[in-house]
Design a protein. Structure first.
Length: 147
């Protein structure tokens, strides 16, 4: 099969699209306490991660070459403390010819990477590695389309 590149969506109609993706970052209890008490040297972890997630959503087609550049109408980013970590969710909306699930996933993954970057100083072991930090369970929770 010969690769063709982007999928041609010119004949598809513009419809409402929505997708939500979630993911988890596992962190130490000490780091979670630092985040809760806003005691992280680099600043407000959630504000930085939110801005990163929103920018990632808007730039998905620059990161993933076969994704179409689309006009996003809304992005919501939310967080929840869970045992040994933080769950982050990104919901994306658009009126477009193609879905927004890749944008939601890109937002979550980059938002979680931002959290890691903000707190890595507190998670390093003696060798400079991060044995207890893990980004996991990244998935599309739902995808909606309506006419």
């Amino acid at each position: 099969m010969e690769p063709e590149g982007m999928v041609d969506i010119s004949s598809k109609e513009y419809v409402y699209r929505e997708a939500r993706a979630e993911g988890i970052i596992k962190l130490s209890k000490d780091t979670l306490e630092r985040i809760k008490s806003n005691n992280v040297e680099k600043g407000d972890v959630f504000e930085a991660a939110k801005i990163t997630a929103i920018n990632a959503v808007k730039n998905t087609s620059s990161i993933l070459p076969y994704c179409h550049p689309i006009k996003i109408t809304d992005v919501k980013v939310d967080y929840e403390y869970i045992e040994n970590g933080i769950k982050m969710g990104v919901t994306v909306k658009a009126i477009e010819q193609t879905g927004v699930e890749m944008e939601a996933l890109t937002g979550v993954i980059n938002g979680l990477l931002c959290i890691w970057d903000m707190v890595k100083k507190y998670e390093k072991d003696e060798e400079g590695s991060y044995p207890n930090v893990k980004i996991c369970d990244v998935r599309v929770v739902y995808k909606r389309k309506s006419r």
